[in-house]
Design a binder for this molecule. Structure first.
Ligand SMILES: *[C@@H]1O[C@H](CO)[C@@H](O)[C@H](O)[C@H]1NC(C)=O
Ligand SMILES: *[C@@H]1O[C@H](CO)[C@@H](O)[C@H](O)[C@H]1NC(C)=O
Ligand SMILES: *[C@@H]1O[C@H](CO)[C@@H](O)[C@H](O)[C@H]1NC(C)=O
Ligand SMILES: *[C@@H]1O[C@H](CO)[C@@H](O)[C@H](O)[C@H]1NC(C)=O
Ligand SMILES: *[C@@H]1O[C@H](CO)[C@@H](O)[C@H](O)[C@H]1NC(C)=O
Length: 509
């Protein structure tokens, strides 16, 4: 072998050995099999690391860190935030700090894509700091990283709360454990089963049951005697999976909804100002039986807008303005003048439509779908559960009737990079799509759901399809109606329905 050849080989060997060593070191640095067991941290004999750990914890928690990390919360936005409030207030009762979970797709959970403040205002947690402490996901992650860097990652146990033994929800993985940011080595999962019941009296003891669960306390039902396990209380992060239907925390402060983020509320204010005066209509058309009802319902809706809605809006205007007037003498003549003025001005309010029918389409596609007995490949319903095959001719005829007789506005999530096809479509003349920029809403349907809900609450009136005649029964409708009831102003909440045969008989007689 030539000498320079030998040098080349030696160099190569040095590089290979060096790389292997480096990779090995890099790998073993956060190798979970080298970690202390979570139960051994208080017997740690590495005094240097004990001190470092203490300093990190003091920086983030002012003392030893104890967190509740909501990994999975059952149900969608309004209900899910009610459940999260239970966990936050419970954290206070067991002296732990709740981590504000991420959000996305109308859900709440630590491993979702967007920060808590994408949907909500953190002012809620600050305002409630007498009841519980919180930490942002960002700070929590920093704490995890600093602890991982000294090879004493945060210790964690999985805590599951179920409604019954059989129907376990499909739970996501713990993304912090799979990134080796949490040490869960050898710790058993713990599960609490609490029968769900709509009867609040039967739920009275659930607060104590969940508290015991988070404290690792086992209580004898008959004697009331209790023992505390050696593990749960010392665990730094309780990774909580939460599946319930009803609240259990007794503190009335837990009932107040979390305010939505400044970004979504200011967007709602701006759009509401633009649309005003307007009425919001929630019309869920998926699987209305028989679908042929929808056409008659569309006529009823348009009638409502032509006759009752303007009258009700005018009445509302008069009562609210006359309440502000102080001058007694002029009151009556003023009212007459007002009424005259409003009657002259009577006109259809704008319709803000919340629907599962497609929001973005070409007018020609609807004509084509109607010509083909409802079949179309071009139109996509605005709800994931609503398959395009379930759009019937009646859906198209109903919505077409509406946009031929009313000014309709719908919101729509703009794509990151708008495709050429969608911008080329020409919607019907009276169908206005309000696009929500990608920068703001990140194409998240949950964000849009909150915006729509806020717009429905700001509307001059609110209508929904009569359940099981004109529309599907919907908890979303009920939420809007309940929230509108809390509004301090005159309020119209109503259903549109097919004409009742009995009313027809009355007229005939
Ligand atoms: C929580 O901390 C407070 C104040 O330090 C204490 O009084 C209370 O007993 C603690 N509660 C639990 C469940 O440890
Ligand atoms: C919970 O429900 C199951 C089945 O419905 C029943 O067998 C059990 O006794 C209930 N447990 C409690 C504590 O009510
Ligand atoms: C109600 O009053 C507002 C402001 O005074 C006006 O813009 C609106 O047109 C009125 N609505 C009706 C239905 O008269
Ligand atoms: C039209 O579509 C409906 C379902 O939407 C179906 O029941 C009916 O048979 C179809 N009619 C024809 C003529 O294909
Ligand atoms: C738009 O709506 C108005 C009622 O607001 C109606 O008179 C008009 O015919 C509609 N235009 C079209 C093109 O459907």
């Amino acid at each position: 072998m030539f000498p320079f050849r030998r040098i080349q080989v030696i160099l190569l060997l040095v590089i290979v050995i060096g790389m292997t060593g480096f990779l090995y070191r890099w790998h073993s640095l956060h190798d979970p099999s080298n970690w202390l067991s979570p139960t051994m941290y208080d017997k740690d004999d590495n005094q240097d690391l004990v001190l470092k750990r203490k300093l990190i914890d003091e920086k983030y928690c002012g003392g030893p860190c104890r967190f509740i990390l909501p990994l999975f919360i059952m149900e969608q936005e309004s209900k899910a935030q009610m459940h999260f409030r239970q966990l936050a207030f419970m954290s206070g009762l067991v002296n732990r700090t709740v981590v504000l979970p991420n959000v996305g797709g109308s859900r709440l959970g630590a491993c979702l894509d967007n920060d808590f403040e994408f949907y909500y205002s953190r002012s809620w947690a600050v305002k409630n700091q007498d009841h519980f402490q919180h930490i942002t996901m960002n700070d929590f992650r920093q704490w995890l990283l600093e602890r991982q860097a000294i090879d004493r990652p945060g210790t964690s146990q999985s805590m599951h709360i179920h409604v019954n033994l059989r129907g376990h929800a499909v739970e996501p993985n713990n993304c912090f454990a799979s990134q080796h940011l949490l040490n869960m080595n050898g710790l058993p999962e713990r599960r609490l089963y609490l029968n769900e019941t709509a009867n609040p009296l039967k739920r009275l003891y659930y607060e104590d049951a969940v508290k015991d669960f988070f404290l690792g306390v086992y209580r004898d039902a008959e004697s009331g005697e209790s023992v505390q396990d050696e593990i749960t209380d010392k665990i730094e992060v309780l990774s909580v999976y939460y599946d319930r239907r009803f609240p259990f925390v007794h503190n009335p402060a837990a009932e107040t909804p979390i305010p939505y983020s400044e970004q979504v509320t200011s967007q709602a204010d701006a759009i509401a100002k633009e649309l005003s005066p307007y009425w919001a209509v929630h019309w869920r058309t998926e699987r209305v039986e028989p679908a042929s009802n929808l056409v008659g319902c569309a006529h009823a809706l348009v009638d409502y807008f032509d006759t009752r809605a303007p009258l009700l809006s005018a009445l509302h205007n008069i009562t609210s303005t006359s309440m502000e007037e102080d001058d007694d003498d002029d009151d009556k003549s003023n009212l007459d003048k007002e009424l005259q003025h409003h009657q002259q001005q009577q006109k259809q309010p704008t319709l803000f439509l919340l629907t599962d029918y497609p929001h973005v389409f070409d007018e020609k596609d609807v004509d084509e779908a109607i010509a083909n007995n409802g079949t179309t490949k071009k139109m996509k319903p605005a709800s994931a559960s609503f398959s395009p095959n379930s759009l019937t001719i009646s859906h198209h005829q109903a919505i077409q009737y509406v946009y031929k007789h009313l000014q309709v506005h719908v919101t729509h999530l703009a794509e990151q990079s708008p495709s050429a096809t969608s911008s080329a479509s020409s919607p019907p003349a009276n169908w206005t799509v309000v696009p929500i920029p990608y920068d703001i809403a990140k194409h998240d349907p949950g964000w849009l759901g909150i915006l729509d809900k806020l717009l429905a609450m700001r509307a001059d009136g609110f209508l929904a399809g009569q359940p099981s005649v004109c529309g599907r029964k919907s908890s979303f409708t009920n939420q809007i109606m309940n929230q509108r009831l809390d509004h301090p102003r005159t309020n119209v909440i109503d259903y549109f329905d097919l004409p009742k045969p009995s009313q027809q008989d009355d007229l005939d007689e």
